[in-house]
Design a protein around this ligand. Structure first.
Ligand code: GUN
Length: 293
């Protein structure tokens, strides 16, 4: 069994991005600038956004954090999105999800200018991804593809089971891996809460992407020997073992599953750091105007 070290690969990617930032600034392009909108005080979102801001510093990007209280109106949030759309100093920005229930998430995402949508969540970017056109690929699936590439994990002809059909992970992941590209060409089965006899699918999988958000859902008896397991779960659970009082738990029962795997990602230190590296990569593409000229 080989552990996939997402933290190490993410830091390597960040070093490459930092070198590129110096190069483009020397050529006269302005310092890349990422903004993040954070609504409310959800502990998980606070942690993720703080990591994104810190990563900006690591690679030499400028960053701006815009905070709103939980009770912000949809109108005020749309105005903030519009201001960022029209601010020439901002290359790309994200609205951290989830948003409070009174805000229509789709409406906010659709208000983001596709050329600044470095999360790759706007329908234009999702549609372009499906059609193999230049676009921002959403950060977590992009990070996972990168991990498969770095660890030279063969995908062609493999049977991949994606568990979870969220707009930001499961759904785009299933599309990317089924594409006629080097890191695709899988036969993909997309499983979800209504899938019958899930174990009959997971037992046949060469690669499993587990992205349903239920801690330790995937058990040892659900996978075959030699499987590649990518754990996207990051549920925060109360813990007495950490200073913060919380611990991240993946969707995979690691102790049972890992001994059967050829490769597996840990939580933390697997997919999470790659999401951040992908966001930085998309922001660099935005600063260089490589996707939308
Ligand atoms: N919430 C969980 N993951 C993400 C992400 O990748 N981007 C944003 N904007 N919100 C998230």
């Amino acid at each position: 069994m080989q552990l996939i070290d997402g933290k190490k690969i993410s830091l390597q990617l960040q070093e490459e991005i930092a070198i590129e930032v110096k190069k483009i600034m020397a050529s006269g392009i302005k310092q890349p600038h990422l903004a993040a909108i954070l609504v409310g005080n959800d502990g998980g979102s606070e942690t993720y956004v703080a990591s994104k801001i810190k990563a900006c510093e690591n690679v030499g990007f400028k960053s701006t954090l815009i905070r709103f209280p939980d009770n912000v109106s949809e109108e005020d949030l749309l105005k903030a999105v519009n201001d960022l759309n029209n601010n020439d100093d901002i290359d790309g920005f994200i609205v951290q999800l989830p948003l409070p229930r009174h805000i229509n998430e789709h409406k906010i995402i659709e208000a983001i200018k596709p050329s600044k949508d470095v999360d790759g969540f706007h329908p234009i970017n999702v549609g372009r991804m499906v059609l193999n056109l230049p676009c921002y690929v959403s950060a977590t699936p992009y990070g996972i593809v990168h991990l498969l590439e770095k660890y030279k994990i063969e995908t062609t002809g493999k049977h991949c089971v994606v568990i979870g059909r969220s707009h930001i992970v499961g759904s785009p992941m299933s599309i990317l891996l089924a594409k006629n590209t080097e890191l695709g060409n899988c036969t993909v089965t997309l499983c979800h809460s209504k899938t019958k006899d899930l174990i009959s699918h997971t037992l046949k999988a060469d690669i499993i992407i587990c992205a349903l958000g239920i801690p330790e859902f995937l058990k040892g008896n659900m996978v075959k020997d030699g499987v590649v397991v990518i754990d996207v779960g990051t549920t925060r659970v109360v813990s007495t073992e950490t200073k913060s009082g919380f611990k991240l738990k993946g969707d995979v029962m690691f102790n049972e599953v890992a001994p059967k795997c050829s490769f597996i990602t840990p939580v933390p230190g697997g997919v999470g750091p790659m999401t951040i590296a992908s966001l930085l990569k998309n922001t660099l593409l935005a600063a260089k105007k490589e996707i939308y000229k």
